[in-house]
Design a protein around this ligand. Structure first.
Ligand code: NAD
Length: 292
C-alpha cells in the first residue's frame, strides 16, 4: 500500500521537499497557512488539506518544515498529536532550538508515536533537487523508519544520536560555517591590502592549510573560484538572516551547556551588524563588504 505522508510547511524549502516525496511515489497531504504555498504543492501533485489536523488524519508519517521552534511546538501539540493515527512517525525537518526539539519528541514518544528531529543542510536548490543532507536525532528504530522517507528528499541521511542531536549537529556545523566564512573574508581583504592579487591568494590558500569549504566551494569574491552568489551581487544562496538565526540558536545552546564559543559569538555579533544594515536578504558571503 502507498505510504501517505502529511506535509506541513510548504515554503521555500518544504515546497520542493514535498514535490520530491510525490516523485518518489508517496501520497502527500499538504497544509500551509499560505494559499500560494498550498497551490504550488497541489500543482506538484500533493493533495490539499483544510488544516494541519486534516492533513495528519490517516497519514502514516508527518513531515514538518516550519520557521522556528514555537511553530513546531504549537503545530504538534495543538494539531498533530490529537489527529495522528496510533504509532505514526513524525519527522521535524525545521531548524529549531535543541530544547524545544527534545521537548516535542519526548511528548510524542509519551503518546506512543515515533519522532525524529531531522534538520537539513543545503538550501532551496538542494530542496528542489532532492540533494539535501539530513542530520537525524532519535532512537535507532525511529531512524530506521525515517530513513527511506528522508532518502527520497536528500542525498545523505546521517544518524546523529538521540533526540535533539540532529539540531545539535546542524547548529554546530553552521556556527563553524559562519566563523570560517568571516575568517575567509578577512583574509581575502587583508591579502588585497598587502598587495596580493585575490586569484593568486585563492590559488595558494585553497591548496594550503587555510583551505575550507567557505573558500573553495563558496568563495566570497566575484570571479575567483567556482560560481557562487558573489558572482551574482550576493543574491540567492544562504541569506544573512538565516545564518543569523542559526548563530543565535548556536549561542543559546552553548550557554545552556556552558560551552565556550567565542568565535561563534563573534560571528553572531558580526552577522547581527550586517542584518542591522538592511542586508539580511543578501547571501551570507556578503559579509566581506564589512571587512574590505
Ligand atoms: P519559509 O518561511 O519559506 O517556509 C515556512 C512555511 O511554513 C511558510 O510557507 C509558512 O506559511 C508555513 N507555516 C508557518 N506556520 C505554519 C503553521 N502553523 N501551519 C502551517 N504552515 C505554517 O521558510 P523556509 O526557508 O522554507 O525554511 C523552513 C525551515 O528550514 C526553517 O527552520 C529554516 O531555518 C530551515 N532551513 C532553511 C534553509 C534555506 O535555505 N531556506 C536551509 C536550511 C534550513
Amino acid at each position: 500500500m502507498m505510504t501517505t505522508i502529511a506535509f506541513i510547511g510548504l515554503g521555500n524549502m518544504g515546497g520542493g521537499m514535498a514535490a520530491n516525496l510525490v516523485k518518489n511515489g508517496y501520497a502527500v497531504r499538504a497544509f500551509d497557512l499560505s494559499e500560494e504555498a498550498l497551490a504550488k504543492a497541489e500543482a506538484a501533485g500533493a493533495t490539499r488539506s483544510t488544516g494541519a489536523a486534516d492533513a495528519v488524519a490517516g497519514a502514516d508519517a508527518v513531515v514538518t518544515m516550519l520557521p522556528a521552534g514555537k511553530h513546531v511546538e504549537a503545530v504538534y501539540t495543538t494539531e498533530v498529536f490529537g489527529a495522528a493515527k496510533p504509532g505514526a512517525l513524525f519527522l521535524d525537518c525545521s531548524t529549531i532550538d535543541v530544547a524545544t526539539a527534545r521537548r516535542v519528541i519526548d511528548a510524542a514518544v509519551a503518546k506512543g508515536f515515533a519522532m525524529v528531529d531531522a534538520p537539513v543542510s543545503g538550501g532551496i536548490a538542494a530542496a528542489n533537487g532532492g540533494t539535501l543532507t539530513f542530520m537525524v536525532g532519535g532512537t535507532e528504530e525511529a531512524f530506521a523508519k525515517a530513513q527511506p522517507i528522508l532518502s527520497a528528499m536528500g542525498k545523505a541521511v546521517i544518524h546523529a544520536g538521540g533526540a535533539g542531536n540532529g539540531q545539535g549537529a546542524k547548529i554546530c556545523n553552521n556556527m563553524l560555517l559562519g566563523a570560517t566564512m568571516i575568517a575567509t573574508c578577512e583574509a581575502f581583504a587583508m591579502a588585497q591590502k598587502l598587495g596580493l592579487d585575490p586569484q593568486t591568494f585563492y590559488d595558494i590558500s585553497s591548496v594550503s592549510s587555510g583551505q575550507s569549504w567557505s573558500m573553495t566551494s563558496y568563495c566570497p569574491l566575484p570571479d575567483v573560484g567556482p560560481q557562487t552568489p558573489a558572482d551574482n551581487d550576493y543574491q540567492g544562496g544562504f541569506a544573512v538572516a538565516l545564518m543569523l538565526k542559526d548563530l543565535k540558536l548556536a549561542c543559546e545552546a552553548a550557554a545552556s551547556v556552558n560551552a565556550s564559543v567565542p568565535m561563534g559569538q563573534a560571528a553572531e555579533a558580526l552577522y547581527q551588524l550586517l542584518a542591522n544594515k538592511g542586508e539580511g536578504g543578501r547571501d551570507f558571503s556578503s559579509i566581506i563588504k564589512l571587512l574590505s
